[in-house]
Design a protein around this ligand. Structure first.
Ligand SMILES: [Zn+2]
Length: 100
């Protein structure tokens, strides 16, 4: 599935919003011409400046299954929540890629 990334607010999303722009052209001797233009827009900031987002494979170095009470503890150590189940939380630790 394609993901998009907004070039302005840098959020990623799967379903872009649709921004519709209506233009009315009025000529001297013709009836007004309505044209509407649909464009994909960022659902967060409405920017039209979208890029396709290619997810880089996360470099998972550790996966743990912890109790809910352990989540903040692991979070502070760099773990991020991957999945939440009724009685446990799966958290992963990924190695930060050098980003330019
Ligand atoms: Zn945006």
């Amino acid at each position: 599935m394609n993901r998009y990334q907004c070039a302005d607010c840098h959020k990623t999303f799967i379903h872009p919003a649709i921004r519709v722009t209506n233009n009315v052209s009025i000529g001297m001797n013709t009836a007004p011409i309505m044209s509407s233009f649909e464009a994909h827009a960022c659902p967060f900031c409405q920017s039209l400046n979208l890029e396709e987002f290619v997810e880089s494979k996360p470099n998972v170095v550790d996966v743990v299954s912890v109790d809910f009470t352990e989540v903040p503890n692991h979070y502070n150590r760099g773990y991020r929540v991957h999945a939440i189940y009724a009685k446990e939380v799966i958290m992963t630790l990924t190695k930060k890629e050098e980003s330019s």
